[in-house]
Design a protein around this ligand. Structure first.
Ligand SMILES: [Zn+2]
Length: 112
């Protein structure tokens, strides 16, 4: 069981997205941090978990939960993680009735 840093509820680790903070050096600007999704669960270092749900991502961002969970201060680039959450929160086949319009060239829902 792991705790989602967004809604703070506990869930089995395999239903959550693991991510880590990756530190990299920007020439002339010092160090920067990027949140790196780790679906394979093999990146080293301290990881944190989040439901594959944009709502949990937004909650975590609003509460600065990323820094608390991963022990860094300041701002990290959340772009990669946001993109990953968006991708995994829209499983193939779950395109009807949702708020998100299916991609125009989607091939889902056509069994052969
Ligand atoms: Zn959550």
């Amino acid at each position: 069981m792991r705790t989602c840093v967004g809604c703070r509820s506990r869930a089995p680790a395999n239903t959550l997205v693991r991510f880590v903070a990756v530190r990299f050096v920007v020439v002339g600007a010092g160090e920067d941090l990027r949140l790196q999704p780790d679906p394979g669960r093999r990146l080293p270092g301290r990881g944190a978990h989040l439901h594959p749900d944009p709502a949990c991502f937004a909650l975590a961002e609003r509460r600065r939960a990323f820094g608390r969970a991963l022990r860094f201060s300041g701002v990290a680039d959340t772009g990669l993680l946001a993109e990953h959450i968006r991708a995994v929160s829209r499983p193939p086949g779950a395109t009807d009735g949702g708020a998100l319009a299916p991609h125009p060239d989607s091939k889902v829902g056509r069994p052969t």
